[in-house]
Each structure stands twice: as structure tokens, then as C-alpha cells.
Design a binder for this molecule. Sequence first.
Ligand code: HEM
Ligand code: HEM
Length: 219
Amino acid sequence: MIEKALLPAPQRRWDPVVKLTHWAVVVAVLANALLTEEGSANHIWVGYALAAILTLRLLWGLVGPAEARFSAFPPSPARAVAHVRQIAVRETTAHRSHNPLGALMVYAIWGTLLVIIGTGIGIAGLPSANGGGRLAAASGEVAGAQSAAPGEREAGEARGEQRSEGTEDSERKEDPLGEVHEVAANLLYILILAHIGGVVFESRRQRRNLALAMLPGGR
Ligand code: HEM
Ligand code: HEM
């Protein structure tokens, strides 16, 4: 019993909040990229959920355990270059949190998600009693748009009319928020591929499955 107490505690790399928010973000991104119709009520609700999950993770970066804090993985190009040099000479260093290259990727993904969320909410409005102007329009189509507030109605009507008149593509091009939303979503897909590639690469290099550490009970 005493011997057991003297043994060092097993290294716990990611706490449950980091794990849970990671997979919740994955589910929300996949849902909006593959399952929901762009701009639909479901798309917008998943979007609000994504915003809440990301907010939780970012707050956790301030108050969570050491390895989850921003201070454990500062965005540092200099450290990232040093990390690349290490890769070149086949050296490995254990990192308590994200490695320097991984950290840059994490901030890039978070930044892109914030742009997607900001532009998405800019178009759809914040959740409200009637579900937000765009949300009302999306759930009730044109009828929903009529009951929305005047400013919000414009956006909703734009969507409803575009759908029925088939001028969606040309009209959408005029909405800079929609354009930025779409470009950021495409950038996110590229970052995700690079992120998964990075996880596989680093796992092979360290001979340790990093993805396991993100699973319940894994470290
Ligand atoms: C990572 C998550 C998300 C992805 C991958 C995503 C992806 C997309 C894509 C590809 C479009 C089509 C853009 C176009 O053709 O103009 C779209 C439209 C839209 N999204 Fe998202 N979206 C996400 C999150 C959100 C969020 C957080 C909100 C708001 C809460 C939102 C609200 C909308 C709205 C209102 C439209 C219609 C825009 C328009 O017609 O101009 N999306 N989304
Ligand atoms: C939609 C797809 C994905 C997104 C947006 C995403 C995003 C992220 C983000 C933001 C982090 C930082 C976590 C934090 O500190 O809170 C992270 C870490 C991580 N992700 Fe993902 N991820 C995705 C898919 C995946 C998949 C499919 C895997 C499994 C191969 C994976 C494995 C990991 C691992 C192992 C880490 C920790 C890396 C390390 O040890 O430093 N991710 N991911």
C-alpha cells in the first residue's frame, strides 16, 4: 500500500474537458460539413453548439490543468522551426502539451473556427426567442422570414427568395459574410487533413499513438 503511494502518478496527458470538447468539435464540424444543409436550421443549431463547445475549451485554456492551458503551448514560430530541425535530425523531445508545430496547428484551427462561427452568427443572428432571424427563416422558410425582425428579415428573405428563384449562387456571391464563411470552411478542411497527417506522423516518430491519448482512459 505504502509502496503504491510512493510510485509516481501515471502521466495523464489530456483531461476529460479537453477530450470531450475535442470530439464534440469533430462531431459538430463533420455534421455541418457533411450532414446538415448549408444555412438550414439544423446547420445553424449545430453552429451554436459548436460556438458553445469552443467557448468552453477556450475558457479551459485559462483555468484548466497545466497541459490544457495556453501557456503550455504558446504559438511560437521559433519553437516550431526548432521542432522541424529536431525532426530532420531524428531527435524527439517529450512535450507535456501540444508540440510546437502542433500548437501552431491548434491555433490555426481555432482561429478558423472562430471566423466560421463569427460569420455564421453574423448571417444567422444570435439565438433568441424566435430562434434568430435567419434561423426562423431557415425553419419556416419564407413564412419564417416574414415574422423576423426587419434587419434579420432581409437576410432571411434573401435566402428564401434565392431558393425559390434559383438565383442562389449569383446572389450569395454578393454576401461577403457568406463568402468568408465558405472560404474559411474550405480552409478548415485543409487544416484538418494536415492535422490528422501531423498526428499520424508524430505518432510514428514517437512510437506512441497520440490519438489514444485523446480517448477516454487513454494517455
Ligand atoms: C465548422 C462548422 C461549419 C461549417 C463546415 C460550415 C459550412 C458551411 C458552408 C460550406 C456553407 C455554404 C456557404 C455558401 O455557399 O455561401 C455554409 C452556409 C451557412 N452557414 Fe455554415 N458552417 C459551419 C458553421 C456555421 C455556424 C457556426 C453558423 C452559425 C451559427 C453557420 C451558419 C451558416 C449560414 C446562415 C449559412 C448560409 C450562408 C449563405 O447562404 O450565404 N455555419 N456553412
Ligand atoms: C473535424 C476534425 C478535427 C478537428 C477540427 C480537430 C481539432 C483539434 C484541436 C483543436 C485540437 C487541440 C485540442 C485541445 O487542446 O483542446 C486537436 C488535438 C488533437 N487531435 Fe484533433 N481534430 C480533428 C480530428 C481528429 C482526428 C480524426 C484525430 C484522430 C486521429 C485527432 C486526433 C487529435 C490528437 C491526438 C490531438 C492531440 C495532439 C497532441 O498530442 O498534441 N483529431 N484536434
